[in-house]
Design a binder for this molecule. Structure first.
Ligand SMILES: Nc1ncnc2c1ncn2[C@@H]1O[C@H](COP(=O)(O)OP(=O)(O)OP(=O)(O)O)[C@@H](O)[C@H]1O
Length: 372
């Protein structure tokens, strides 16, 4: 089932929780709604479900405006963060609940209901546990029961609100992989809310990044990660270093050092955004910038260092694989050159001064005069 959201807005009192949301979701897509707390993810999910109503705009399922379609007729499966299983019912009865409460002709007979529950328990890899009660399951198993229950009604759309939020990190990782496989098998159009960028990037076909009730960017995992539309999106998708530099003749420079080629939209004083893991020790022929190592931490296969960028004074983090011979020897007070493997450039931040970005310290007096 494809879903179209057109110009959705929602206020709670004077608070503008959603502002002109437009989004098109293809049938069978797995979409992550990612964003900081309060950005409007759950509100949007609830509006799609019909649990909340928009002040303006429309939701279309397969081209049909669902404004007048009540919740029970939207054929939506839900899973929330806190497993809302019925405690007094067995796992099998929980899974088949949506079928057992159907009325009239659409209610399958007892044997068919039992068979469907068993199939679903197979699908979520819990076969044989149908007679247990929820308290006899682990957290991860309970969330899988919740998913099986949501799938029992053969939903056209699956909506998951932080489905793994209450589970520990290891179980979360396992369930992510499992959900991805389950989605490949069922092909149900799925939207899931998360504020965990790793979860969104690992699971989704496309990511919708929300901020302050608006969509900050929509794209494939590679698009949002490699071409973030704004500093906010860059920040939200992982650790960020910011380095003030100058764009000059297709080049980014710090002082007299050419640190990378660049011919994008921004010119003059700009800020390079680079992730710690996208920095490497530069070879003799590489473009790069000088830095001094302040401290080094070795954690398993990764070496983490804090370095100070020469001339600009920024303290930035670097993460490199420990196997490289230059990285093995890294120590405090060492001078080195770093190169940017992948980075984004945005307009200069308000507090990054021209003199710190542009010139080596011994030239600052002169350069300031020239700029005055
Ligand atoms: N029923 C309500 N009444 C008043 N304000 C609400 C209501 N529901 C949500 N809000 C507000 O709307 C904003 C968006 O809330 P929403 O739950 O959609 O955010 P979210 O991105 O899902 O956040 P989280 O990750 O913390 O769950 C928040 O500021 C929240 O306080």
């Amino acid at each position: 089932m494809d879903i179209t959201l057109k110009n959705i807005s929602k206020h709670f009192g004077h608070f503008h929780a959603l502002d002109s949301i437009d989004l098109q979701i293809q049938s069978g897509e797995l979409i992550a709604l990612l964003g900081p707390s309060g950005s409007g993810k759950t509100t949007l999910l609830r509006i799609i479900a019909g649990l909340e109503f928009a002040d303006a705009g429309a939701v279309y399922f397969g081209g049909e405006d669902v404004a007048a379609t009540p919740l029970r007729k939207r054929q939506i499966g839900f899973v929330f963060q806190h497993y809302a299983l019925f405690k007094h019912m067995t796992v099998g009865d929980n899974v088949s609940f949506g079928l057992r409460i159907r009325k009239g002709e659409v209610r399958p007979d007892k044997v068919a209901i039992r068979r469907r529950a068993d199939e679903l328990l197979d699908l979520v890899q819990l076969s044989g546990l149908g007679d247990r009660y929820p308290h006899q399951l682990s957290g991860g198993q309970r969330q899988r029961v919740a998913l099986a229950r949501a799938l029992a009604i053969e939903p056209k759309v699956l909506l998951l609100d932080e489905p793994f939020g209450a589970l520990d990190a290891k179980v979360r990782k396992e369930l992510r992989q499992w959900l991805r496989e389950l989605h490949q098998q069922t092909g149900v159009t799925t939207l899931f809310v998360t504020h965990d960028q790793e979860e969104a990037l690992e699971l989704a076909d496309r990511v919708v990044i929300m901020n302050g009730g608006r969509i900050a960017q929509v794209g494939s995992v590679d698009e949002v990660y490699e071409q973030p539309a704004s500093p906010k999106v860059f920040d939200f998708l992982g650790s960020t270093n910011r380095i003030p530099v100058v764009q000059r003749e297709n080049s980014l420079v710090i002082g007299d050092q050419h640190i990378a080629s660049y011919s994008g939209d921004y010119t003059g004083n700009v800020t390079v955004y680079v992730r710690p893991s996208d920095l490497r020790v530069a070879g003799d022929d590489d473009a790069g910038f000088e830095a001094i190592v302040l401290n080094v931490q070795r954690t398993g296969p990764i070496v983490r260092a804090t370095v100070e960028v020469q001339y600009t004074g920024q303290r930035i983090s670097v993460e490199m694989p420990h196997l490289h011979h230059d990285v093995k020897k890294l120590h405090a007070q060492q001078k080195l050159r770093l190169r940017l493997m992948q980075f984004s450039v945005f307009a200069a931040e308000a507090n990054s001064t021209v003199e710190s970005a542009l010139v080596p310290p011994h030239l600052i007096g002169r350069e300031r005069l020239r700029l005055a």
